[in-house]
Design a protein around this ligand. Sequence first.
Ligand code: PGA
Length: 243
Amino acid sequence: MPRKLAAGNWKMNGTTAALSELASIGHADIDVLICPPATLIAAAAAAAGDGLSIGGQDCHTGISGAHTGDIAAPMLADAGAKYVIVGHSERRTDHGETSETVRAKAEAALAAGLTPIICIGETLAEREAGATLQILTDQLAASTPDDATGANTVIAYEPVWAIGTGLVATTDQIAEVHAHLRADLTARFGAAGTDIALLYGGSVKAANAVEIFATPEVNGALVGGASLKASDFQPIVDALAAS
Ligand code: PGA
């Protein structure tokens, strides 16, 4: 069985004052993660309690070098990160990241001892064209390293049209995709593929978390807007723990 993970992605939000939110986020029984902006990772790792991990939102494919503004995976680990999000659709769109780049980033994360959270998702145009499952199969295959296991890698399905829009995929849509991704993972990795956590992301809120977590093959969530305040995020954490 995959481990449950409730992951928050603060994106480009938060200064030092936001660290006070971390005091009331966490859980003893499931994995809980906040990925703050890189400027806050070290302070967040110091502030987080036992039931909360801290992660990065992106990393470079290399370990050091002449790459102004970029951050290497070992630097994130050194700052106290345990995870790193790679291939978020905002990175794929804003920075032109391909699945091949995302895979190289995931490999860099693994080499640094970080757990990559590899994001994949279809656009609205791709869904309307009936291409969703093929797009996701292709993204998953190209973005996931060969040595991925349930112990070192997490996959997040985030339909691009559901991120930050208030539009949530229906539980039927989520169930169809997650069953498809699970089949892809077991076809490639065998039994190990059954242990890789599959997160759903896209406008997850306390109000829809219970039904999303009751959906087959949903092992957690990647949450943007509703992770910024502990009062919004901790109920999602508790709903996952109770699911
Ligand atoms: P959202 O973002 O929860 O604000 O829709 C999700 C994400 O981008 O991970």
